[in-house]
Design a protein around this ligand. Structure first.
Ligand code: GCU
Length: 681
């Protein structure tokens, strides 16, 4: 029986329904009832076979002016009470309530980080939404791929209202086939991206560099034939004049011929697609090897079916032999410098070919032949520029400091990031090192995590060296250094009588192990990770941090310790427990450009640390490479000292505007003088 409901009851029910709908906003609704409950997006994970050789493909740039909405409470996520911001909507009449609008949103440049383009976002570490429209001249029997140079650090891509793909982990490219989603006009492309980082992400939430967020690299729409070449790797075999490699294809039947051509080397070879959509090859070619002195690049063409891709590739070999590094079979010294991916003279992230050309040209002016591109993968332009300038390159993923080594999701992000970096740059002759970690403290989970990454790297690309910036047992080392410094101090007129008493106590506490003055100090690298890498790389801050630690421990003034340390550093002998080349991957000191005097933060003190460090290095047979920290001052949230740092790390040899400090010339003189030749045999 249907019971008529009076008007009053009806209004009461409508009111209850309305309130119960809004209640969760204020009440403590359970998670799944909350109107902010986020719909689990069913976007597919990106394919692990990277679409490579990007710069030779038919591509429509989607760089330029986009719209941006800031969303610190993630109300734009589909399924939230506010309806989500995954498509562009405009009110159809005066009664339609919308609480977001892309057409009236602010403009932002892509590529580039959002932190330095929007004043309020400088320190922002959360979600933003990007939107733009684009048209496509759709050609039948072609496929269309959205390609992103990087999205920092987690992104979801929506096209014409559909969730297309999610990518976790920044700094590396990904692409997705959108052939079924694109239309000729007004494609509505929306991307949510956040630069949140935490204990489980890669990198973690605490980094000594700026967590630049957003669409930080190029965005392209790439057109391929129905069946196409996904990627290809070529490398010079151990024997000169022999090229090995493989081509990965998509949609090509087994038996399809694949032609690899290097006209400048009188080489043309035909391989065949196998049952795994791969074509493996090995053929002779008249190659002049690539080197910093002669960065020879060859035009290489790979064709199969209707597809043709091209690249400019250099060929060389890199290997280690005991304590030596051999480039094209000859011993070489890595006269390096570390960098971050920031341009000279402009705020924010570097993203263009020109940005990298300017930055790496300054490294060449230093007399460097090697760059440690710390601490994460740079844009594809970096290795391209290094190939052209003749700079050897160390590329790295941000397994930095205290990583959640026991978290499988964290390992998944790290493996994905390393795999994409290698698949993107495996044809770059300049790249000689893949680095899998920086200053990670020893533990069993850390060893398992890094061992997995090292295995991945060797399986993906056996032609390059593996390294990681190791961390010593600093506490133990500092105890030894303190004892040596104490012995040194007793023969010096720098310490006061009181301070000499302290040094005597230190030596008494060390007992029979008390060092003999002038005997030098042997620092032996024993990190077990040294067993798994090809280059034993080591960060040390003698002359900077260690002086403060020792002053704090002993109560001797930092002034005395710093003065003694500068005299003591040349007596340090660094070696390792492994018969492998050693690279000092970091040393340095901070200085604000223009500051003069004897104390910290002056150019003079920074130059004195470099003078002491290069003396130590010149005395060492074991050190085959150095990448001092760092070419250019860079933004860092850890570095707040007003008037000096102002949220920049000041260890650069140049400041953010390219102003060279005195230490720049100390290192340049070292590279052009004592370290100008190659390593002795
Ligand atoms: C660490 C770390 C760098 C950091 C540097 C510094 O070793 O690897 O990322 O910027 O030291 O303290 O300046």
């Amino acid at each position: 029986m249907v019971k008529r409901i009076g008007r009053k009851q009806l209004l009461f029910f409508v009111w209850i329904a309305g309130v119960s709908y809004l209640l969760p906003l204020f009440g403590n609704a359970t998670e799944d009832e909350s109107p902010f409950a986020v719909a689990a997006l069913s976007a597919a994970a990106p394919s692990e076979h990277l679409l490579g050789w990007i710069d030779s493909r038919k591509a429509q740039s989607l760089n330029g002016s986009w719209k941006i909405l800031v969303d610190p409470m993630q109300v734009g996520t589909p399924g939230s009470l506010f309806g989500g911001w995954a498509t562009t909507r405009v009110p159809e009449n005066d009664y339609q309530l919308l609480e977001y609008s892309y057409p009236s949103a602010a403009d932002i440049r892509v590529p580039g980080d959002f932190n330095t383009q929007v004043d309020e976002l400088l320190f922002y570490r959360d979600m933003v939404w990007y939107q733009r429209f684009f048209d496509v001249e759709i050609v039948p029997d072609k496929r269309y791929h959205l390609w992103f140079g990087a999205t920092n650090f987690e992104a979801t891509v929506f096209l014409n209202g559909s969730a297309i793909v999610q990518q976790k982990g920044g700094y590396v490219p990904f692409s997705v086939d959108v052939t079924e989603h694109v239309k000729a006009d007004q494609n509505d492309l929306v991307i949510s991206v956040n630069n949140r980082l935490n204990a489980e992400t890669i990198p973690t939430g605490r980094t000594d560099w700026w967590p630049y967020g957003g669409l930080t690299r190029d965005v392209l729409l790439i057109e391929t034939s129905e069946a196409y070449i996904t990627n290809a790797q070529l490398a010079q075999a151990e024997t000169a004049g022999r090229i090995n490699g493989h081509v990965r294809t998509f949609g090509m039947p087994e038996g399809t011929p694949v032609t690899i051509e290097i006209p400048g080397a009188a080489a043309k070879h035909i391989a065949t697609v196998d049952g795994d959509s791969m074509a493996h090859f090995s053929f002779d070619a008249e190659i002049n090897p690539w080197s910093p002195e002669a960065p020879v690049l060859y035009d290489v063409h790979v064709s199969a079916g209707e597809d043709l891709i091209s690249d400019r590739i250099g060929f060389r070999t890199i290997e280690t032999q005991g304590m030596r590094i051999l480039l094209n079979g000859q011993p070489i010294r890595l006269k390096g410098i570390s960098t971050h991916e920031e341009p000279i003279g402009r705020d924010g992230v570097a993203y263009s070919y020109q940005d990298m050309m300017t930055l790496f040209t300054e490294a060449k002016a230093l007399g460097a032949n090697f760059i440690r591109a710390a601490h994460y993968p740079y844009s594809r332009h970096a290795a391209r520029v290094a190939d052209e300038l003749g700079l050897l390159l160390w590329e790295e993923i941000p397994i930095y400091w205290n990583i959640a080594f026991e978290n499988p999701d964290t390992l998944g992000i790290a493996r994905d990031q390393l795999s994409r970096l290698i698949q993107r740059d495996w044809n770059r002759a300049s790249v000689i090192v893949w680095s899998v970690a920086n200053e990670t403290v020893y533990s069993k989970p850390r060893m398992l995590f890094l061992e997995r990454l090292i295995t991945d790297a060797r399986e993906l690309d056996g032609t390059r060296l593996i390294s990681a910036a190791l961390l010593g047992d600093t506490r133990r080392e500092l105890q030894f250094v303190t004892a040596h410094l104490a012995a040194y101090g007793l023969t010096s007129d720098v310490p006061s009588a009181r301070e000499k008493k302290v040094f005597e106590k230190v030596l008494e506490s060390v007992g029979e192990q008390a060092p003999v003055v002038g005997s030098g100090f042997d620092l032996v690298i024993t990190d077990p990770l040294g067993e798994l890498v090809d280059l034993v790389s080591y960060n040390e801050y003698f002359g900077w941090y260690y002086s403060r630690f020792i002053a704090d421990q002993t109560g001797v003034s930092e002034r005395t310790i710093r003065k003694l340390m500068l005299a003591f550093i040349p007596e340090i002998r660094i070696s390792s427990a492994f018969d492998k080349p050693i690279v000092i991957s970091e040393f340095g000191a901070g200085a604000k450009a223009g500051n003069r005097g004897a104390g910290v933060w002056t150019e003079d003190y920074q130059a004195n640390v470099y003078r002491a460090q290069v003396k130590m290095i010149a005395n060492s047979e074991a050190i085959q490479g150095i990448t001092p920290w760092i070419l250019k001052d860079f933004r860092a949230m850890l570095r707040s000292l007003g008037g000096v740092q102002d949220y920049r790390n000041r260890k650069g040899l140049i400041d953010e505007n390219g102003r060279r400090k005195k230490a720049f010339y100390v290192l340049r003189d070292f590279y052009e003088g004592p370290w100008s030749g190659v390593a002795p045999n």
